[in-house]
Design a protein around this ligand. Structure first.
Ligand code: HEM
Length: 369
């Protein structure tokens, strides 16, 4: 038995419900991570071009994107917490073991996220003071990529109990990374390439704001559409690599299970649709409906990928003696009901807040007058 044998607490809700909530919140977390990565890349680019060409339009394009990054970071963090809780409850014996083995890196995420968050504010402050901001955005981008790398390390190490003992014997202090996993790099690249997709789609949506200049609207539309198209092609390639890196048993399991099979198709179909709509907006015309529709199809594609990824985890762990569907369950329906009620109330509160925001007077969104 490679997993710690003791698992004293039965889970408080059915496995299917936990998985559903985990997948929905993880799809939202991934979308937010991708928005952050893409925004940082675009801010870096437009800010650098703006300074070198002394172009107001480019600098203001970077500013429009940069101002929203601290808020995006709140989505990244808050939407990361729920899947972390579900992952611990469902896969505790696997994920705790892998987290301990790379403990130093794992804990460093807290400091790195704080540093990253602070840098996002520094980018905006530098732009408002008319100082170069691209290099701060670049550092923040590298830190963000690094945090993602640590997550990919842990999420792949939890699937390899066969290397835990050897790693523990080599470095019981937890001061080590993860090497030798054939899927880690492609999994990480899949999410990071999604940065180009979601950053691009985000820029397309923002290009519809009426209170920004026509030049900024056009720049957001063109660079957003192009970035999204390039991102989808790269991400599709990474998805293929992730699949190829799996063992034959896992690949066959994914093909023969209709849920995972349909999720894979959903990803491919929705990603292709997003590619078409993003390309159309870049070269022909955009509009609020188009902008929202592309983000929605992009989100559904990611949701499909998340379910497929869940299948990879379950099938891999099953082959190594961990059956997540076999957990002892003792449902507490009062708590589950309360949770769902609060969840609905929270969504209602968010819709209300968004409505208030929509009616408010738009702020000035330019750094160069
Ligand atoms: C800038 C910050 C962050 C980045 C770039 C990031 C990136 C990522 C990436 C790339 C993965 C996928 C790893 C893989 O499967 O290969 C991931 C998964 C995950 N992230 Fe984040 N993340 C960030 C912050 C956070 C925070 C603050 C939390 C929690 C408080 C969080 C919770 C999670 C969880 C729980 C998963 C995996 C869930 C599962 O497998 O069920 N992340 N993240």
């Amino acid at each position: 038995m490679q997993y710690p044998a003791v698992d004293p607490i039965p889970i408080p809700a059915p496995v299917w419900l936990m998985k559903l909530l985990s997948d929905v919140t993880l799809a939202l977390h991934f979308s937010a991570v991708m928005l952050l990565v893409g925004s940082l890349a675009l801010v870096c680019f437009h800010s650098l071009v703006g300074r070198s060409r002394k172009s107001e339009v480019q600098s203001n394009t970077a500013y429009v994107l940069a101002r929203r990054m601290p808020v995006i970071m709140t989505w990244v963090i808050n939407l990361g917490v729920p899947p972390l809780l579900f992952a611990q409850v469902l896969y505790g014996r696997a994920i705790y073991s892998s987290s301990v083995l790379i403990g130093v890196l794992w804990f460093s995420v807290i400091l790195l996220v704080m540093l990253d968050y602070w840098l996002l504010y520094r980018v905006v402050a530098a732009m408002e003071a008319k100082k170069p901001a691209w290099w701060i955005a670049l550092i923040a981008l590298f830190i963000t990529l690094g945090i993602g790398q640590i997550y990919s390390m842990n999420m792949t190490l939890m699937l390899r109990p066969e290397v835990w003992r050897e790693m523990y014997n080599a470095r019981p202090t937890g001061l080590q990374g993860v090497h030798g996993d054939p899927t880690m790099m492609s999994r990480w690249l899949f999410v990071m390439a999604g940065g180009l997709v979601f950053g691009g789609l985000w820029a397309l949506l923002l290009s519809n704001m009426r209170h920004i200049s026509e030049g900024v609207q056009k720049t957001l539309r063109q660079s957003g559409g192009l970035t999204a198209v390039i991102g989808i092609v790269i991400q599709g390639y990474c998805a293929m690599l992730v699949n190829q890196g799996q063992s034959d048993a896992v690949r066959q399991g994914l093909e023969s299970n209709s849920l995972y099979h349909i999720s894979g198709l959903l990803y491919s179909g929705m990603a292709s649709l997003t590619l078409l709509t993003a390309g159309f907006q870049a070269f022909k015309k955009s509009g609020l409906v188009f902008g929202i529709a592309s983000l929605l199809t992009g989100f559904v594609a990611i949701a499909g990928a998340v379910v497929y990824r869940d299948g990879i985890r379950d099938l891999t762990l099953f082959g190594k003696g961990y059956d997540v569907w076999n957990r002892t369950e003792y449902s507490n329906w009062f708590v589950v009901g309360l949770f769902l009620l609060l969840f609905v109330l929270m969504i209602a509160a968010i819709v209300w807040l968004l409505n208030v925001m929509r009616r408010a007077t738009p702020p000035a969104e330019q750094v160069v007058s």
